[in-house]
Design a protein around this ligand. Structure first.
Ligand SMILES: NC(=O)c1ccc[n+]([C@@H]2O[C@H](COP(=O)([O-])OP(=O)(O)OC[C@H]3O[C@@H](n4cnc5c(N)ncnc54)[C@H](O)[C@@H]3O)[C@@H](O)[C@H]2O)c1
Length: 255
């Protein structure tokens, strides 16, 4: 018997990376999962790779979380195709790093639009169902960059915004049986961090080693590390926890 038997979990930006790892973990614990990502074909391909327990299903749905109609339509498709929605993980993300004086308005708007507006639109669409059934779990993805990171004024502002959003929804939605929490990952080895290495002109393995050496536990994180935290925070074992941000970062923010 899994913690997510009979549950439907939707994860945004889950065609790869952290989102895919989380979807796989929820499925391993019994959930039916919806992989939401920009490209429906990539989402469907990822859904086909999910290892399910008997009776569960995985679907891939094309969705731009930052566009209201697309976000709402995606949630409605999850409910129609999987029979409901119990957990929403707002994971979709992009980076457009630059120092402030070089950061364009487009870089600012895109990053805010995907992370912050995307989490707002998706959660607004999902809470209609959560409130009606008096049950729901939201897991937002923040970052250690929320605490400040050179070259990431847009991303840092969005990720700290996610923490305020999480706390506020904890207050507003708690009375309706809905828990809202966030995870702030440190360095997680994914395409996003590999792309950062390439942009900085650093070898990918060297970049991972540098980041491993920088934290107390002396390793980088993997999507499975975030998935383990998400699987706890969205479970009924965590029903007395809401509005919190859990740093899953190998201790890098301890000082
Ligand atoms: N990798 C890290 O070290 C790290 C650290 C802290 C936080 N995070 C956060 O974790 C989340 C996942 O990161 P990742 O490393 O797996 O990144 P990734 O680039 O590997 O995956 C991100 C996914 O989001 C999708 N996406 C982008 N814009 C979208 C949109 N508008 N609508 C729907 N999907 C969209 C992409 O297509 C991609 O599949 C992001 O929110 C990121 O900011 C990552």
């Amino acid at each position: 018997m899994g913690r997510y038997d009979g549950r439907v979990v939707a994860v945004t930006g889950a065609a790869r990376g952290i989102g895919f790892g989380c979807a796989q973990r929820f499925a391993a614990e019994g959930a039916s999962v919806a992989i939401l990502d920009l490209d429906e074909a990539a989402a469907a391909e990822a859904a086909a790779k999910i290892e399910l327990v008997d009776g569960a299903q995985a679907v891939g749905i094309g969705c731009n979380v930052g566009v209201a109609d697309s976000a709402t339509a995606a949630v409605e498709r999850v409910v129609a195709e999987l029979g409901g929605i119990h957990v929403l993980m707002n994971n979709a993300g992009v980076t457009r790093d630059n120092l402030l004086f070089k950061m364009t308005e487009e870089d600012w708007d895109l990053v805010m639009g995907v992370h912050l507006k995307g989490a707002f639109l998706m959660t607004k669409a999902a809470q209609v169902h959560f409130v009606a059934q008096k049950y729901g779990k939201v897991c937002n993805v923040s970052s250690i960059s929320a605490l400040g990171n050179r070259g990431q004024a847009n991303y840092s502002a969005a990720k700290m915004g996610i923490q305020g959003f999480t706390r506020t929804l904890g207050i507003e939605l708690g009375p309706f049986g809905i828990n809202v929490n966030a995870i702030a990952p440190g360095f997680i080895a994914t395409e996003m961090t590999d792309a950062t290495a390439r942009r900085l002109g650093v070898d990918v393995d060297e970049f991972r080693k540098m980041n491993a050496d920088a934290n107390p536990v002396k390793r980088v994180g993997f999507p499975e590390d975030i998935a383990a935290a998400a699987a706890f925070l969205c479970s009924d074992e965590a029903s007395y926890i809401t509005g919190q941000t859990l740093y899953v970062d190998g201790g890098i923010t301890l000082g």
